[in-house]
Write a protein that binds this ligand. Structure first.
Ligand SMILES: Cc1cc2nc3c(=O)[nH]c(=O)nc-3n(C[C@H](O)[C@H](O)[C@H](O)COP(=O)(O)O)c2cc1C
Ligand code: SF4
Length: 659
């Protein structure tokens, strides 16, 4: 038997899907209080029109004791109509609509729920410092009833099914594990008793919603979560629940996007798959490209796959894949900046690569045609300039894109040279391909200045000249020292120069390098790793308590500490660089503390950049029509650059900047 394609239908019991691609569940925070908002709907509609087989709606807590989100999306009689708008949209696209349900057990958030977290055994929360309330038998009955009521509400709102987040340390798993379920009543003790809660939930849901309603169980990821269940126990749990005959699919996830780890993780998931006789298997998590999805399916690793970020980045991924136009798929670059990072802070969903994601009503996926095409000159070929040029050409404007350097990509191109960030290159490849399709021929090695402007024929100028290093060594805890003493000397370089290959650091080895990081994002620590990879002896000095705290919510810390240790990078945290005297660094925990000193060969600066405003200053007093996009308005991150590149073009359409 040949394995299915991503585009092949799935026909197995209640799972009658037009293809094997599911837009997997995630918190978008797009709701309007308890209602599914128009903005929410537009986000999903965009993905529905891209040809998916199943759509999973935002997770809903089934009870106030697990209300972990700021937005209070709720499915009840009052709000059901807003959900029906989504399920009808799914039906019109022949896509199965599934509502995700969860209860976090001990790991709720009293900060958002204002309710004690309910759990089987009163365990401490893994997310904060709180501990939970051990449920009484009556309270357990209340939760079972809550799951059933939510499933019924979902059915009445037109959903084809529900899925319950069972693993990932959620309530089901807390009942399953003897470590979190110390009960000796009917809910705990023997293996069978620990299965009682989940069994009652799924059997009662099945009885209430009938045989034709999809029920899925989202299990734990295969490597990532520190679960207290062994592989053998998980296999037994899968087998037990499959034998109930109520579950239409189980879902397991892959934990990283490294090609070399994929087959090993699939082998691990296969252990669970072998225990499923009645239901199907979905594999989700880090299924970042259709090719990866095909690999999983062809290997027999799953019946269907889930994608979240890949479809956030390109809602039309499947359509493009089906038509053979794979180069057109806007890649998810795995940065986590717009999506998971914002989720961690409870903001609305967004995407660095796709400025339309989460704001489809303001920024349609395809930029609307301009009523009166203009000649638009874009100065700067970093992310902001590239997106402005692409959007302008898509709108039908005539575009000239000029970049001072020899290559496009600006700071983003340099960031793509850092360890673990090679996927950034894919976004640049995508822009280059778009330029080909849209007939844009970038003028590299071309700096726009007053003279060039006078000689050029254009209607509107977009200034996207980015930001550059200040080379002052300024550190925020020392606001009175705008310049680090001794910084203007030999062998001191900003990270940009190091990554551009214009310093001696890539021509030597074994140098003692001090990397000063005042920012706390990827450029400092990434350059430290880059230099350690080249064989240098690297010391990393930062005012922060840990390296790169800004990436804590971006999942970098899942691999960063081990990498730093392996490469032997020395960390000086909560430390300020007080002076640099021809290779002698003086440092301490404050300006007034007695300094330590050490000798280094090089100092590398990851300190805040300053906006390149030269061109803006040149045109400010002229009658030229212009707008600004990206870091030339203040050094920030790639996410804002692409957003502002698009916004600059949308503002021309709207006639103001409210887009
Ligand atoms: C915007 C967004 C919100 C998410 N919210 C949650 C969440 O609340 N809980 C969770 O366990 N995972 C959450 N995830 C993680 C996804 O479930 C999924 O594991 C992850 O995105 C990897 O899958 P992908 O590579 O297809 O994106 C979220 C992901 C995204 C992109
Ligand atoms: S923000 Fe980054 S990781 Fe998230 S979907 Fe967009 S490209 Fe992918």
């Amino acid at each position: 038997m040949t394995s299915p394609d991503l585009t092949a239908p799935l026909s197995s019991g209640n799972l009658q899907l037009p293809n094997r691609l599911c837009f997997s569940g995630h918190v978008t925070n797009l709701s309007d209080g308890p209602f599914l908002s128009d903005r929410h709907l537009a986000y999903f509609r965009q993905r529905l029109s891209g040809n998916i087989g199943m759509l999973v709606n935002d997770p809903l807590p089934v009870h106030p004791s697990s209300d972990t989100l700021r937005t209070k999306l709720t499915l009840n009689a009052e709000t059901t109509q807003s959900f029906t708008a989504l399920t009808k949209a799914c039906q019109s696209h022949n896509v199965k609509a599934v509502q995700q349900l969860y209860h976090a057990g001990a790991h709720g958030f009293a900060k958002t729920s204002f309710h004690p977290s309910w759990s089987p055994g009163g365990a401490p929360s893994l997310h904060d410092q709180d501990t939970s309330h051990k449920m009484s038998g009556e309270e357990i009955d209340i939760l079972i009833e809550s799951f059933v009521t939510h499933a019924l509400n979902a059915q009445e709102a037109g959903f084809d099914g529900i899925e319950i987040v069972a693993g990932a340390n959620m309530l089901f798993e807390q009942f399953w594990s003897p470590l979190t379920n110390p009960r000796d009543d009917r809910w705990g003790g023997t293996f069978e008793k620990r299965m009682t809660f989940s069994t009652e939930v799924v059997e009662r849901i099945r009885k209430t919603v009938g045989e034709k309603f999809i029920i899925g169980l989202v299990m734990t990821s295969c490597d990532g979560y520190p679960t207290s269940l062994s592989d053998e126990e998980l296999e037994a749990i899968v087998s037990y629940h499959d034998a109930l005959g109520c579950i239409d699919y189980f879902s397991f996830s892959i934990d990283d996007d490294l090609p070399e780890n994929l087959d090993r993780q699939l082998d691990r998931i296969a252990r669970y798959r072998n225990r499923i006789a009645n239901g199907c298997l979905r594999v989700a998590g880090n299924v970042t490209t259709p090719e990866r999805a095909e690999h999983i399916l062809h290997r027999g690793g799953a019946d269907f796959v889930g994608m979240t970020r890949a479809l956030i980045a390109d809602p039309s991924l499947m359509e493009k894949y089906r038509s053979g136009d794979r180069q057109s798929i806007r890649p998810c670059v795995g940065c986590n900046q717009g999506c998971i990072g914002r989720r961690a802070r409870d903001y609305t969903v967004a995407c660095l690569a796709n400025p339309s994601a989460g704001r489809e009503l303001r920024f349609p996926e395809t930029v609307p045609q301009a009523k009166a095409p203009l000649k638009i000159l874009v100065a700067g070929g970093g992310l902001a300039g590239m997106e402005a040029a692409r959007s302008a050409a898509e709108a039908g404007h005539h575009v000239i894109l000029a970049e001072r350097g020899e290559e496009l990509g600006g700071q983003w191109r340099l960031a793509g040279l850092l360890p673990k960030r090679s996927a950034y290159q894919k976004l640049l490849d995508w822009y280059r391909y778009q330029f080909q399709l849209l007939g844009i021929v970038p003028l590299t090695g071309t700096e726009i200045n007053r003279d060039k402007l006078q000689a050029s024929d254009f209607d509107h100028l977009i200034i996207a000249t980015g930001a550059g290093p200040t080379k002052t060594g300024f550190q925020r805890p020392l606001p009175n020292r705008s310049v680090l003493p001794g910084v203007h000397s030999e062998n001191v370089y900003p990270v940009e120069d190091v990554l551009s290959g214009i310093t001696p650091l890539d021509k030597t080895t074994n140098a003692r390098v001090l990397v000063l990081d005042d920012i706390g994002f990827r450029q400092g620590i990434g350059t430290a790793l880059f230099l350690a990879n080249l064989g240098h002896e690297v010391t990393f000095i930062t005012r922060h308590a840990i390296p790169s705290p800004e990436t804590l919510s971006l999942k970098d810390h899942e691999w960063l500490p081990a990498k730093l240790t392996n490469l032997g990078v020395t960390l000086l945290t909560e430390t300020l660089l007080l002076s640099w005297n021809n290779g002698v660094a003086e440092y301490g925990d404050s300006a007034s503390s007695a300094p330590h000193s050490s000798r280094f060969d090089f100092l590398v600066l990851a300190t805040t950049n300053s906006a390149n405003q030269e061109l803006e200053n040149q045109v400010a007093e002229t009658p030229l029509s212009y707008s600004l996009a990206g870091d030339c308005q203040g050094a920030r991150k790639g996410h804002m650059a692409i957003y502002e590149g698009r916004k600059a073009i949308m503002a021309i359409h709207c006639g103001d900047d409210k887009c």
